[in-house]
Ligand binder design. Structure first.
Ligand SMILES: [Zn+2]
Length: 346
């Protein structure tokens, strides 16, 4: 499958715009999670390297998917493309590069968790890579996703090359969510490129095409559950979240049960409880819920109680990444929730 036939439909327009408009050597593609930053970056890199472009100044088109360069990219083996990812994302994105695994640290497994960071060694390899001339004569592209996973040392290692890039090298950096995690000195050297979330309709159609047997109604619910982020909805679906378990969740939480959340990482549990709290708050002032179906929500408790619950959740969220006592924390979160949602005031 070529990089562009797999591209989500809402990215096709922005891709052509980027091909027409981006002239600088460094681009920072940003947007909400799940909008498709990596796919977009890869499609752009593929188009820049595609050898079916006429190379005589005609407008660039998306990659053809059939030329040698496109085949090399599909095989993760194009000598002029370097993709930097945290180890933890390689499998999920189907990208463990054949071209840059020399000098890599020991493979994950045997108890060692795959790294969430883009390590300084990888950035050093990218800097060295940028200094060689293009092997196939089109360009050289370095794709860094998500750029916020570079720590300060890695970012500073990249900075000089980003400032004075040698020759034909082009950088595509991505930001998933806020760009705040990327050093301002890096951001200021990049052209910013925003990817907007798609409308619900194309996102629902896309979700149905990705997951066999998924009905449009269930896809719409899972999309809403993910705050309109299609990639996030697909991830949750892949991890086993179903529309029916999402529908059942509010009633279970009101009874202090974890339901579908029993095995979820704590940050996701907290985010979900926050969504429930927001939806109930909306309903209690006569509004519409955003994340859950109105019919699946319990009767909202008094607003003051919801506000207090909201504050409690905000406090826990600040420490959500803390690994200690995850089970205990889940229990206390559910106790809190049940107390907030109980039928009668104490
Ligand atoms: Zn091609």
């Amino acid at each position: 499958m070529s990089a562009t036939t797999a591209l989500a439909p809402w990215l096709l327009g922005p891709l052509q715009q980027a091909l027409d408009q981006v002239r600088g050597h460094a681009l920072l593609v940003h947007g909400q999670p799940g909008v498709g930053q990596f796919d977009f970056g890869l499609a752009l890199a593929s188009a820049w390297l595609c050898e079916a472009q006429d190379g005589q100044g005609a407008p660039l088109r998306p990659a053809c998917g059939r030329c040698t360069a496109c085949h090399l990219i599909q095989a993760r083996a194009h000598p002029d493309l370097m993709v930097l990812l945290p180890e933890a994302l390689e499998a999920a994105l189907g990208w463990s590069a054949a071209s840059d695994d020399d000098g890599k640290s020991e493979p994950a497994g045997k108890g060692r968790k795959p790294s969430q960071e883009i390590k300084v060694e990888a950035v050093r390899r990218a800097v060295a890579f940028s200094q060689h001339t293009s092997s196939r004569g089109r360009a050289k592209v370095i794709l860094i996703h998500p750029a916020g996973r570079m720590n300060t040392v890695s970012s500073n290692t990249l900075l000089k090359t980003l400032e004075e890039p040698p020759g034909a090298v082009r950088f595509i950096l991505s930001a998933v969510g806020s760009v705040d995690g990327i050093l301002p000195t890096i951001r200021s050297r990049c052209q910013m490129w925003h990817l907007a979330l798609p409308d619900a309709e194309p996102a629902v159609r896309w979700l149905c095409a990705q997951a066999e047997g998924l009905s449009e109604g269930d896809a719409a619910l899972l999309l809403a559950a993910a705050g309109g982020e299609p990639g996030t909805a697909l991830d949750r679906l892949t991890q086993g979240l179903t529309a029916s378990s999402w529908r059942g969740l509010p009633a279970q939480v009101a009874q202090g049960q974890a339901g579908a959340m029993a095995q979820w990482p704590l940050p996701l549990v907290i985010e979900t409880l926050q969504k429930l709290c927001l939806d109930l708050s909306a309903v209690s002032v006569g509004g519409q819920p955003h994340y859950f179906e109105a019919a699946s929500l319990p009767a909202p408790p008094p607003l003051a109680r919801l506000l207090a619950w909201h504050k409690q959740l905000q406090q826990v969220a600040r420490h959500a990444e803390h690994p200690w006592h995850a089970t205990l924390r889940l229990e206390s979160l559910l106790d809190q929730a049940a107390l907030a949602l109980r039928r009668r005031a104490a």
